[in-house]
Design a protein around this ligand. Structure first.
Ligand SMILES: Nc1ncnc2c1ncn2[C@@H]1O[C@H](COP(=O)(O)OP(=O)(O)OP(=O)(O)O)[C@@H](O)[C@H]1O
Length: 812
C-alpha cells in the first residue's frame, strides 16, 4: 500500500463528508468581496477566451495558407505544408471544442526555493523559500497560476492557463494541509461557457495570513465537488479534471516505467483515473506513446459509457478503448456463456485443449475443393467438407519419372506425426510436411539409389520435386491433407462432442465437454470464445504470403491533405491493407476492471503488450471470475517480471453512505475482512425494499409490475438515469417490463452492470444474482454499488425477506 496519501484527499474539506468549508473564510468576509472575487476570475476567463480566439484565427490562417501551398509542388514546400496542416488541425480541433469548463482551477503560491521557471513559464520549485513566510506568520503571494484543459500562453509567452497535466499544475491536485508545499490557496472555478459561476477555495495553510497585491487573500467555499458528485448522471461518463483528488493524482502521474497497479473499491474513481492517466501519458511523452495506448474494458456498455472522456480532455486517436470481447479484429462477442461454461472456457487448462485441437483437426478427414480450411466466411469444418469435391486424404497417388508412386494411410499418418513434432505453429509446418511427402515419394521411386554421384542425384531430385509439385493431384492432396487452418475453423471443429472429448482427454470431464461443445454450436461468439480464437491464432500462426507489388497511387503521396481533398471511396485493396496494418501491439496497456479477466483473457491482452508499460486497475471484491489464483498466475505471466508500483484508492465518490453501508454487508459475506471504501457524502435517503409474493402471477404485484413501479417511482425522483439490475437469465424479460418507460431507464444483466453508474438503481432479487455463479456474491456487490443517489431492492420469496422486506443477504 505504498504511495498512498494518508491525508485528506482534497485539501481540508472533502473527506469530512459534510461539505462544510474548513479552513475557508467565506462567512466572515465583507459583503461584496465574493462578487469581487468572481469578477476577478471572470476578467481572467475573458482574457483567456480573447487569446483563444486569436489562436483560432491563427490556425485558420495556417490551414488556408497550407491549402495554397498544396499547389506548389517542391518536396520541401509539401513537407512544410503537411506539418502546418497537422499542427493547425490539432489546434482547431481542440479550440473549436466547446469546453464547458475550460478553465477550472487556480493556485496562489508562496515564493519558491529557487527562482527557476519551467517551459510553461511557471516557477518549478515545489517547496517554499526559507524566508517566504515572515516570523509574524504572514506572507506575500508570489505567483498565481490558472489551471485548464490545455495550456494557453499570452502573446508575451506568460502562462495564461497551465495544462492540467503539466508539472506546474501538479500542486493543484497534490497539495494538502499536511503537505502544502508552496500552495496557500487552492481554488476550483466553476464556469459554464464563458461565464464564471462560482469558486470553491481551500486554504492549505489556514493559520497563515497571506497577502496578494497588498490585500488579504480571501477564501470561499460553495461545495463545488459535492455539487459535482450529486449531479444527475447521463449515459456518458464525465471527466473529473477539475476535482482529481490527491491519491488519484499520484496514480495519474505515476512514472510509466513499469506496471502501475491500482486497487480500490467501487466508486473510488479507478476508471476515471485510468482514462486521465492515458491523457497524461500522451501529454508527457507523445512520441513514446505514438505506439498507441490500449484501454481494455470488460463490456461494450462500459466502452460506450467512457468513450467521451478522452475527447473531452483533448485526446483521441492514439488511444483505443476496446471491450475484451472486441479485441480480435473482425470478431464481435454477442453471446453470453452460462457460468459453468464460462468457467471452463476462461481457465488456463483450455490451453492444452486448444493445442491438441489445433493439431488434431488435421486428422479429421477432409476432402476439399479449395483445400483451405479457412472459416473467414463459413464457420464449420463439415460445411467445408461437404462443399468440396472428394479428394482422398488416406491415399496419395502421383506419377513421376514415368512411374506410379503411392503413399498409403499408415505412411501418411506417420509422415504427419513427424511433421507435427515440436511446438511450432501448425500453419507454418505445411512446407515441412510437403517436404516430408516428397522425401517419401522420392525414396519410393528408388531414383536416388541408382545414382551415386551426389551432384547428379541432387539435380535429379530437384527435377523430381518439380515434376511432382506440378501435378494437380499432388497440390489438391496437400490442400486437403494439410489445409491452412484458421482459428474459427478449429473452434468450429471443437463443437463436435466426440472430437472435443478426444482433445480434452484428462482436462475436461464429460459434462464439461458436452456443455462447451454445445455452446460452440451457437451462431456467434461469446466474450470467452474471443480469447480462445486469439489463442488459436497464436497456436496456428499465419504463413507469410508473397507480397504483391503495390502500384503507386498518386493520391497516397498527398499525406496530411485528406481534409482538403474531395472524399473518395476506400478501395477494397486499401481497406485490406489498412486492416492488416492495424496495431497488434501497443506502447501502453491499461486494463480496467482487471479483476474480471480470465486466465485466457490475460493471455490475449498480454500478447498486445509484450513490450508495453502497463496500468492495471481493479477490485478483487468485484470479481466475477471464480478462480482468482489461476487468473493471478496468468496476469503475472502477462505482466512479466516488470517491477510493479502499487497504489490504493480509498474514497468512494459514487455511492452515498446509505447505499455504501448496505453494500458493505454483502462485501462482508463475499470477502470477509475486506475494508469498504469510505463514502464522501450522504443523502439521508435510505435504500427502499419491496417484496413480491408470487413472481409468476400476472396480476398486480407480480415481479415485472413491482420492478416497473419501482423504476417509475425513481424516474420521478431523479433527473438522470435509472438502472434496473437483474440476474443474467432475466435480461430480456426485464427489458420488456420497462419497455415504455423511456430512455432514462435501462435494464441490465448483473454482469453488464460492471463499471456503470446511474442516479438510481433497482436491484432485483439479490438471491438470484448471488446464486447464479460461484462468484455471485461479488457480482451482487457490484450491482448494489451502481447508484449515486437512490436504491430500491426488490425481493422474491427466494430472498427470504423479513417483515420490513429486507432480504436475507442484506440483513445484519
Ligand atoms: N475526484 C473526483 N471528482 C469528481 N468525481 C469523481 C472523482 N473521482 C471519482 N469521481 C466520480 O465517481 C464515480 C465513480 O468513478 P469510477 O467509475 O471511475 O469508479 P470505479 O472505481 O471505476 O468504480 P467501480 O469499481 O465501481 O467501477 C464517477 O461518477 C466519477 O466521475
Amino acid at each position: 500500500m505504498a504511495d498512498v496519501n494518508a491525508a485528506s484527499p482534497s485539501g481540508t474539506r472533502v473527506p469530512s463528508g459534510t461539505g462544510e468549508p474548513s479552513g475557508t473564510a467565506g462567512a466572515g468576509e465583507p459583503a461584496g468581496t465574493r462578487e469581487r472575487e468572481l469578477a476577478i476570475e471572470q476578467r481572467h476567463l475573458d482574457r483567456v477566451y480573447a487569446r483563444l480566439e486569436e489562436k483560432i484565427h491563427e490556425a485558420e490562417f495556417l490551414m488556408q495558407d497550407a491549402a495554397k501551398r498544396s499547389q506548389v509542388g517542391t518536396p520541401g514546400a509539401l513537407a512544410e505544408r503537411d506539418a502546418q496542416v497537422y499542427r493547425a488541425g490539432i489546434h482547431l480541433n481542440r479550440l473549436n471544442n466547446e469546453f464547458e469548463d475550460f478553465l477550472f482551477g487556480r493556485i496562489d503560491l508562496l515564493l519558491g526555493k529557487d527562482g527557476k521557471k519551467g517551459p510553461d513559464g511557471a516557477y518549478t520549485s515545489v517547496e517554499p523559500a526559507e524566508d517566504a513566510i515572515r516570523p509574524d506568520n504572514t506572507a506575500d503571494i508570489a505567483e498565481t497560476l490558472h489551471i485548464g484543459r490545455i495550456g494557453v500562453l499570452d502573446a508575451d509567452y506568460s502562462p495564461l492557463v497551465i495544462d492540467w497535466r503539466a508539472p506546474a499544475a501538479a500542486p493543484f491536485y497534490r497539495s494538502t494541509p499536511v503537505d502544502p508545499g508552496r500552495v496557500v490557496r487552492r481554488r476550483v472555478i466553476r464556469s459554464k461557457g464563458r461565464k464564471v459561476l462560482g469558486v470553491e477555495d481551500d486554504l492549505m495553510r489556514p493559520a497563515l495570513t497571506a497577502y496578494l497585491n497588498g490585500e488579504e487573500l480571501p477564501a470561499f467555499g460553495d461545495g463545488a465537488l459535492m455539487a459535482a458528485l450529486g449531479q444527475a448522471r447521463s449515459h456518458s461518463m464525465r471527466d473529473i479534471v477539475a476535482s482529481i483528488q490527491a491519491e488519484q493524482d499520484l496514480v495519474i502521474r505515476a512514472p510509466a516505467a513499469s506496471v502501475t497497479y491500482v486497487e480500490g473499491g467501487p466508486g473510488t474513481g479507478k476508471t476515471a483515473v485510468a482514462l486521465h492517466r492515458a491523457a497524461y501519458l500522451l501529454y508527457q511523452d507523445r512520441r513514446r506513446y505514438s505506439g498507441g495506448i490500449l484501454i481494455v474494458s470488460p463490456t461494450p456498455l462500459l466502452v460506450a459509457y467512457t468513450e467521451g472522456v478522452l475527447p473531452s480532455l483533448g485526446e483521441e486517436g492514439q488511444v483505443a478503448i476496446r471491450a475484451v470481447g472486441s479485441l480480435v479484429d473482425g470478431v464481435e462477442a454477442t453471446l453470453y456463456d452460462d457460468p459453468a461454461v464460462a468457467r471452463v472456457k476462461g481457465a488456463s487448462r483450455m490451453l492444452k485443449v486448444l493445442r491438441k485441437a489445433a493439431r488434431g483437426v488435421l486428422d479429421t478427414p477432409q476432402p476439399s475443393a479449395g483445400g483451405q480450411l479457412s472459416l473467414d466466411e463459413d464457420d464449420s469444418v463439415d460445411s467445408v467438407q461437404e462443399a468440396g469435391t472428394a479428394v482422398r486424404t488416406d491415399l496419395l497417388r502421383v506419377v513421376a519419372f514415368g512411374r506410379r508412386l503411392e503413399l498409403d494411410a499408415d505412411e501418411l499418418r506417420r509422415i504427419r506425426q513427424i511433421a507435427l513434432g515440436g511446438t511450432a505453429p501448425v500453419n507454418l509446418l505445411r512446407p515441412r510436411a510437403r517436404k516430408l511427402l516428397l522425401d517419401a515419394l522420392w525414396a519410393k521411386s528408388g531414383a536416388g539409389a541408382r545414382h551415386t554421384d551426389p551432384e547428379l542425384a541432387a539435380e535429379l531430385r530437384s527435377s523430381f520435386d518439380e515434376d511432382v509439385s506440378d501435378e494437380d493431384g499432388f497440390t489438391g492432396f496437400l490442400n486437403a491433407w494439410w489445409p491452412e487452418l484458421t482459428p474459427r475453423a478449429v473452434l468450429a471443429a471443437m463443437a463436435d462432442e466426440k472430437r472435443l472429448s478426444r482433445w480434452g482427454r484428462r482436462v475436461l470431464n464429460p459434462g464439461e465437454v458436452r456443455k462447451v461443445a454445445r455452446s460452440l454450436r451457437r451462431d456467434g461468439y461469446s466474450v470467452h470464445d474471443v480469447a480462445l480464437l486469439d489463442e488459436l491464432n497464436s497456436i496456428l500462426g499465419t504463413p507469410a504470403r508473397p507480397k504483391r507489388k503495390r502500384e503507386l497511387d498518386p493520391l497516397d503521396q498527398l499525406t496530411g491533405l485528406e481534409e482538403l481533398m474531395p472524399q473518395r471511396e476506400e478501395t477494397q485493396r486499401e481497406r485490406a491493407e489498412r486492416l492488416a496494418q492495424e496495431r497488434v501491439e501497443y506502447a501502453h496497456v491499461i486494463v480496467d476492471e482487471a479483476q474480471d479477466l480470465t486466465p485466457m483473457q490475460w493471455r490475449m491482452v498480454g500478447r498486445r503488450g509484450r513490450h508495453a508499460t502497463w496500468t492495471v486497475v481493479g477490485d478483487p471484491a468485484q470479481s466475477s471470475w471464480s478462480e482468482p489464483d489461476d487468473a493471478a498466475a496468468a496476469r503475472d505471466e502477462a505482466l512479466g517480471t516488470r517491477p510493479r508500483r502499487r497504489f490504493e484508492l480509498t474514497v468512494n465518490y459514487r455511492n452515498p453512505s446509505e447505499i455504501a453501508d448496505l453494500a458493505a454487508k454483502v462485501l462482508a459475506l463475499a470477502m470477509p475482512g475486506m475494508p469498504s471504501p469510505k463514502a464522501v457524502r450522504s443523502t439521508g435517503l435510505e435504500p427502499r425494499f419491496a417484496v413480491v409474493d408470487d413472481e409468476r402471477s400476472g396480476a398486480r404485484g407480480s415481479l415485472g409490475a413491482t420492478v416497473r413501479a419501482a423504476a417509475a417511482r425513481l424516474l420521478d425522483q431523479v433527473d438522470g438515469t435509472v438502472g434496473v439490475v437483474v440476474a443474467m437469465r432475466r435480461r430480456d424479460e426485464a427489458a420488456r417490463w420497462l419497455a415504455d418507460l423511456g430512455e432514462r431507464v435501462v435494464a441490465l444483466g448483473s454482469l453488464e452492470a460492471k463499471g456503470l453508474e446511474y442516479d438510481a438503481t433497482v436491484v432485483v432479487s439479490p438471491a438470484e444474482i448471488a446464486d447464479e455463479s460461484p462468484a455471485g456474491l461479488r457480482v451482487l456487490y457490484v450491482a448494489l454499488t451502481r447508484a449515486t443517489q437512490q436504491l430500491t431492492v426488490v425481493s422474491t420469496a427466494a430472498d427470504a425477506p423479513d417483515a420490513a422486506g429486507v432480504p436475507d443477504l442484506l440483513r445484519d
